[in-house]
Design a protein around this ligand. Structure first.
Ligand SMILES: Cc1ncc(COP(=O)(O)O)c(C=O)c1O
Length: 402
């Protein structure tokens, strides 16, 4: 690594709050499925900015939409009616059974909005004092005070931030009885991810999801699905909940929705939308002209180019290739799992050295929960790229001592 990298590292530590454990890589350019460092060295991207640049990096078609809209109207605020926001809403609503949308600026903010909507719907429409949200262990819902409280993880994400807001309960993953036992007279909603991404790429089993839906019905609770990571074709359907044939009362989106520009969305039924009224929830930037125009184009491309089908096909291919590796290294790979191109390879030992060796071989991916290599490449990834990645992983597993 050149001393240009050391310089940038030093400047970063002098300038920015120390919140990120950064990869030892400075990216100067990104195009398609490739990243380039300060020396112009090329890396294959199996992370896509953590499931964000699903259509690949630095696309000319999206740059054109961005530039054109920037010359027409960038921002006026939500005090005004704006066409790009409505076009995006029409397109998104055509992909699902929801009836209304609220636009925000990030995943955490979308989840914060979903929590607020669930509480307000219960209080103002159903006139019941229900506010508690039940979430699952190892879930990840964001880093605002409410969403980090909803998050079913411990450690630095929560340490030092007390008092945390009231009204959140976390139950063990996969245990229906624990979930049933946690429901009380103040419970408003159960909030889940269809595949826990940060939590180790864990798809929820279908039976479990059916039980959750049944518990919601029996107890008059809302079902909130966090699709921040799983949505917008990542898992092989436009929305991951569509694999399960369920209709959430509220679900959220962010990450891939504008292929790299900040956006979030809360989607809900017409009934639940009655919970919000003017003044109850708002944001200055949400659904602004540029981000909405770009997100509209993203939705068009996703649908026209059948990216969900592509994610499913490439995900199946990655699964087959990873299974071959597991058969070859049964002592080192415990399992492979995922949905579409949200894919995990679980190692039998702490994976930091493997992850670092992959980076040395110019393969970028993520290590989550200490042992799981999480692959979330652009959905435009080719089979050849997947083969290259697996060959690198194979060579590393051949030599690594455990
Ligand atoms: C499932 C899920 N929910 C919420 C978030 C938070 O999104 P953001 O970082 O845009 O606030 C993330 C981010 O990784 C996520 O994976």
């Amino acid at each position: 690594m050149s001393n240009k990298f050391d310089e940038i590292k030093e400047r970063e530590s002098n300038l920015l709050c120390n919140t990120y454990g950064r990869y030892p890589l400075a990216v100067s350019k990104a195009k398609g499925c490739k990243l380039y460092d300060l020396d112009g060295e090329e890396y294959l991207d199996f992370l896509s900015g953590i499931a964000v640049c699903s259509l690949g990096h630095s696309r000319d078609d999206l740059a054109d939409v961005m530039a054109e809209q920037a010359r027409q109207l960038v921002h006026v605020s939500n005090l005004f009616y704006q066409e790009p926001q409505l076009q995006l809403a029409e397109k998104l609503l055509s992909t699902c059974a929801a009836g209304k949308i609220f636009f925000s600026n990030s995943g955490a903010e979308a989840n914060e909005g979903a929590i607020k909507l669930a509480r307000r719907y219960m209080r103002t429409v159903r006139e019941e004092d229900r506010y508690e949200i039940i979430t699952l262990e190892k879930s990840f819902h964001g880093r605002t005070l409410s969403t980090l409280t909803a998050t079913g993880q411990t450690g630095p994400i929560k340490d030092g931030f007390s008092p945390l807001p009231e009204g959140f309960v976390t139950v063990p993953f996969g245990n229906v009885n624990a979930l049933r036992g946690a429901i009380g007279k103040n419970t408003a909603a159960i909030m889940i991810e269809m595949v826990q991404g940060e939590g180790g790429v864990r798809p929820l089993p279908s039976d479990y999801v059916n039980d959750i839906v049944a518990l919601c019905k029996e107890n008059g609770l809302l079902l909130i699905v966090d699709e921040v990571q799983t949505g917008v074709c990542r898992t092989g359907r436009f929305w991951a909940h569509q694999h399960y044939g369920i209709v959430p009362d509220i679900f959220t989106s962010a990450k891939a929705l504008a292929n790299g520009l900040p956006i979030g969305a809360v989607l809900c039924s017409d009934e639940v939308a009655k919970g919000f009224s003017p003044g109850s929830h708002a944001t200055t930037f949400g659904g602004g002209g540029v981000v909405s125009a770009v997100a509209s184009k993203v939705v068009d491309i996703m649908l026209e180019e059948k990216m969900a089908e592509r994610a499913f096909e490439m995900g199946s291919f990655a699964a087959e290739e990873a299974e071959k590796l597991r058969a070859k290294h049964p002592d080192k790979i415990v399992g492979t799992r995922g949905l579409g191109l949200l894919f995990g390879i679980e190692l039998s030992f702490p994976g930091n050295d493997v992850w670092k060796s992959l980076l040395d071989q110019k393969m970028v991916c993520n290590l989550t929960q200490g042992t799981i290599l999480r692959l979330v490449p652009p959905l435009t990834i080719e089979k050849e790229n997947i083969r290259t990645f697996m060959a690198s992983l194979d060579s590393i597993l051949e030599t690594i001592e455990i």
